[in-house]
Design a protein around this ligand. Structure first.
Ligand SMILES: NC(=O)c1ccc[n+]([C@@H]2O[C@H](COP(=O)([O-])OP(=O)(O)OC[C@H]3O[C@@H](n4cnc5c(N)ncnc54)[C@H](O)[C@@H]3O)[C@@H](O)[C@H]2O)c1
Length: 354
């Protein structure tokens, strides 16, 4: 019997989610190495089931992972449905359950009750602690693209998923208005690189700042741009890049902030000028009215707007790890340890609460 892992890619229960963690081209690569893959039917997935069948995958009805043999790894991206109450499998997806998020305790409790495991995609890291697979590039690309479209009066709500060709066509449609200035902070990171590429596609050469430039931040220079795109990832509190007083500055040119980071409730928030994210229905919120308006775009599921490109990029990074999927491989062992630590803390927490 093969000791290669068995994967079961589930249908995403969130109806707006068209992405897939594994695309057909990479599924074919895994199958060629002996990985057995089952793919659930899914009405909204951006990749047709027939392409997975051509890649050598088996198929199953949507949601049937609950009856999958116990040795299968259940692969997904976003949240599980509320049932079953006991999770018996090893699940690979973004659980958002280790930092006290809403519903985290209940989810960890379901794993404990069933004896299952969460191998959280956010906690798959290499020896240097860097994420091995992430959606950042396309988050930055879409975030900056939406900012440009809004600044040019071309953004139409509600937002709907599209492909890069359609997005780029909108970005280059009217050309760049003279002297349109954009600043990307966090420009050296994944999202930052995506943001800079989108701005270039829109005919704008962005100002690129990262840690070195914000150490002694030039606020006048910051406020001298039309668009600010923040793609910073910081785990320690730093001085805010922008405050409410800056928005009241009569010399402010800045009229639009695109916060890709969306750390709105965190003490690490570098943009404490708003307190609620925006969404596909209402992507833009006005922060200042009058003859010098200021708007914010802060959408926390940007890559889902470009499901094909973002899935391909993510799958390209993830699928080599799936060949090594085991409890002893360092990348997967770190994710397992993160789960066990979270469960232990959860258990202590609930004992204490009783
Ligand atoms: N909105 C969305 O849909 C979405 C999707 C994916 C990721 N994100 C978020 O985007 C953020 C960036 O993700 P990433 O993958 O690009 O991370 P990354 O680690 O690749 O890049 C972060 C960058 O921020 C820079 N940085 C850190 N502190 C800084 C400071 N004080 N001043 C200036 N630059 C600083 C780092 O040097 C790095 O270049 C994360 O918070 C992530 O959760 C959002």
């Amino acid at each position: 019997m093969s000791d290669m892992p068995r994967l079961w890619m589930r249908h995403e229960s969130r109806t707006s989610e068209r992405r897939a963690p594994l695309v057909p081209e990479d599924a074919a690569r895994l199958v060629a190495h002996g990985v057995e893959i089952t793919v659930e039917e899914s009405p909204q997935r951006a990749f047709p089931l027939t392409d997975y069948v051509a890649a050598g995958c088996r198929t199953a009805p949507a949601g049937s992972w609950t009856d999958a043999p116990r040795d299968h790894y259940i692969l997904g991206l976003k949240e599980l449905p509320d049932e079953p109450a006991c999770l018996i499998h090893r699940h690979i997806y973004f659980g958002h359950a280790y930092k006290g998020q809403a519903g985290a305790r209940e989810l960890l409790g379901r794993f404990t009750a069933g004896g299952g495991t969460l191998l959280d995609l956010e906690y798959l890291t290499d020896n240097d602690g860097r994420r091995v697979a992430a959606f950042g590039y396309w988050a930055g690309y879409v975030g900056a693209a939406l900012a440009v479209l809004h600044h040019r009066g071309l953004l139409r709500a509600p937002l709907r998923p599209l492909d890069r060709a359609a997005l780029d066509a909108q970005l280059s449609d009217k050309g760049s208005p003279a002297d349109e200035r954009a600043l990307v902070i966090g420009a050296l990171g994944r999202s930052g690189r995506g943001a800079c590429d989108a701005l270039e596609a829109a005919g704008i050469t962005p100002t690129r700042w990262d840690v070195a430039e914000t150490r002694a931040l030039d606020r006048t220079a910051l406020l001298g741009h039309d668009i600010l795109v923040s793609t910073v990832l910081t785990t320690r509190a730093v001085a805010p890049f922008l405050t409410a007083a800056d928005l009241d500055d009569p010399k402010r040119r800045l009229s639009l902030i695109a916060d890709v980071t969306c750390d709105v409730t965190s003490e690490c928030n570098v943009l404490p000028v708003y307190d609620e994210i925006t969404d596909w229905e209402h992507p833009v919120r006005r922060l200042r009215e009058g003859d010098r308006p200021a708007d914010i775009i802060a959408i926390d599921n940007l890559p889902s707007l470009l499901p094909i490109e973002s899935s391909r990029a993510f799958s390209a990074e993830l699928h080599p790890q799936q060949l090594r999927l085991s409890d002893t491989d360092p990348v997967w062992a770190r994710a397992l340890l993160a789960f066990e630590t979270a469960v232990a803390t959860n258990h202590e927490g609930s004992t204490y609460a009783h």
